[in-house]
Ligand binder design. Structure first.
Ligand SMILES: Cc1cc2nc3c(=O)[nH]c(=O)nc-3n(C[C@H](O)[C@H](O)[C@H](O)COP(=O)(O)OP(=O)(O)OC[C@H]3O[C@@H](n4cnc5c(N)ncnc54)[C@H](O)[C@@H]3O)c2cc1C
Length: 394
């Protein structure tokens, strides 16, 4: 058959592109297939159009997986420094946006184009608008793929079809279905790195707040993140909330320190001494916007002059501001979630090669696996690292 390759990769996203480059660089005849009409759509839309392509600090603790050791091997064999070197070879200007998060100064397109150029350089062939209709293993242990554009065969097959986030960008459950076909366990999935919603009562209460952003420390399930929180028309968003959404489960509360840089009780007592005649709302407005200050005073049911506030009231305000407890109603969903939590159980995948323990020659990489990174370039680093590991093993 003409359409015979050593390696076929399904999914021309971050992980698939890296895998194709690595395998082709090693001299393999590679075909990279995607059903979409564009290569790397999520790379293009990532990081607000500037692709947060990695982070200066990559640790296994930045990833969630049922087996916390699974990601270690790949991450240590293809590090952020190797990806940064590639970015520098292409003279792509980048900057640290804070917390080690590296973004393109100009456009995500540069990262996508760099990966496509690498594919061209090593002659990995990319074919778009290809729908895989079925996959079977023939008597020579090769994979036979039936597609809308004909039949293909390969010695190794890599599934890099990502998670379920942003279905309008081409996300499908294809990878999970193939995993099940070959006897893999697939854990339940849910949206992650996603805004959280309020119920109707809380939406009414917070109706004056959308658009307000506050630097906070948010905690849940023994995890704590210090980043910005944003009030929205549906509930809460901003990096702090996206981060905690990886840990929050429906029914749980989240706790928010609204003034993480202050010793709040001391600040209240000092102000009471120095500015006894101002009222609480005015004091809070030195830290928050007018609407947020009013909202918190309403929640506290206090807006006295500072000199009228007793010690126990100052303590109540301090406790409220340092650990505001909220019960979100749910996740905003796959339409806006950056990633998918859950997926293919890593117990049936080699952490060195990403080969399936159920089917020789079959590999799974990237977000389709039960590995989810924190916000900050971690999910792309996982795609690069797992793609590279599989690319070296095929
Ligand atoms: C809005 C947004 C912003 C993000 N920003 C960042 C960021 O700045 N930094 C960061 O680290 N992470 C970011 N992420 C997460 C990151 O994009 C993903 O974790 C990463 O792209 C996963 O790589 P992947 O290759 O596994 O999957 P993807 O990049 O999603 O690629 C999967 C590919 O498979 C194709 N595919 C799917 N189903 C089929 C099928 N049935 N047949 C053929 N092809 C198929 C898709 O078209 C797609 O091209 C962002 C995500 C979103 C949604």
């Amino acid at each position: 058959m003409n359409n015979s390759y050593q390696v076929i990769i399904i999914g021309a996203g971050a992980a698939g592109l890296m895998c194709a480059i690595t395998a082709a660089k090693n001299g393999k005849k590679v075909l990279l297939l995607d059903h979409a009409n564009k290569i790397g759509k999520k790379i293009l839309m990532s990081g607000g159009g500037r692709c947060n392509f990695t982070n200066y600090s990559i640790e296994p603790e930045n990833f969630l997986c049922s087996n916390p050791h699974f990601c270690k091997s790949a991450l240590s064999r293809y590090t952020q420094w190797e990806f940064i070197e590639l970015v520098e070879q292409y003279s792509i200007d980048y900057y640290d946006k804070g917390l080690g998060q590296l973004f393109c100064r100009q456009s995500s397109k540069q990262i996508r184009n760099m990966l496509v150029s690498e594919c061209e350089k090593y002659e990995a062939f990319i074919q778009l608008e290809t729908k895989v209709l079925s996959i079977a293993v023939n008597s020579n242990s090769q994979f036979n793929l039936m597609t809308n554009l004909g039949e293909y065969s390969a010695d190794s097959l890599v599934i890099a079809t990502g998670g379920l986030s942003i279905p309008t960008m081409g996300a499908t459950s294809f990878g999970y279905e193939i995993a099940k076909q070959f006897g893999h366990t697939v854990f339940p999935t849910r949206p992650a790195l996603t805004p959280l919603t309020f119920d109707r009562k809380w939406l009414q209460k917070t109706s004056t707040l959308p658009g307000n952003s506050i630097l906070v420390e948010v905690s849940c399930d023994e995890q704590i993140f210090r980043e910005a929180l944003l009030f929205t028309h549906k509930g809460l968003s901003g990096p702090a909330i996206l981060q905690i959404s990886n840990y929050w489960q429906p029914g749980q509360s989240i706790s928010i320190n609204l003034l993480p840089d202050l010793d709040i009780l001391n600040w209240l007592e000092t102000n009471k001494k120095e500015r006894p005649d101002i009222n609480l709302k005015t004091l809070l407005a030195s830290q928050f916007s007018q609407s947020v200050s009013e909202f918190f005073c309403d929640q506290l049911k206090l807006n006295n002059k500072l000199k009228q506030l007793e010690k126990n009231e100052l303590e109540k305000i301090s406790n409220f501001l340092s650990s505001w407890v909220l019960f979100p109603a749910g996740y905003e969903g796959y339409k806006v979630a950056e990633v998918t939590m859950g997926g293919i159980d890593t117990d049936q995948i080699s952490s060195k090669t990403f080969e399936s323990t159920q089917q020789k020659g079959l590999f799974f990489i990237g977000e389709v696996l039960d590995v989810t990174g924190h916000l900050g370039g971690y999910n792309f680093q996982w795609a690069w690292a797992s793609g590279n590991a599989a690319g070296n093993a095929v």
